[in-house]
Design a protein. Sequence first.
Length: 100
Amino acid sequence: MLHLNRPSPPHEPRRLFDAPPTWSNKREAVAVCLHRPNRRRVGMIAIGIGTVLVGINQGSVLASGHLNWVVGLRVALDYLIPAFVSTMGVLAGSRRSTDL
């Protein structure tokens, strides 16, 4: 069962610290990845780290103006790899143990 944070009904007070979503199967893992706070966090990490990596790895090529499809692919990977790693971190940190 997926435990997503849902807004409380108007008659029920909102909890200050709701539990983050957890997962134990593939469908729930996808839902955890698509959970808005997790998407936002992963996106911010990918933008920040990706920008640093592009500057380190492709900065001189971009500054010289020698842009081609290979450089574009490398730039895309500089953003996709941190997104993938941070998504794996979200999944590792939110996995629900099936052991009782």
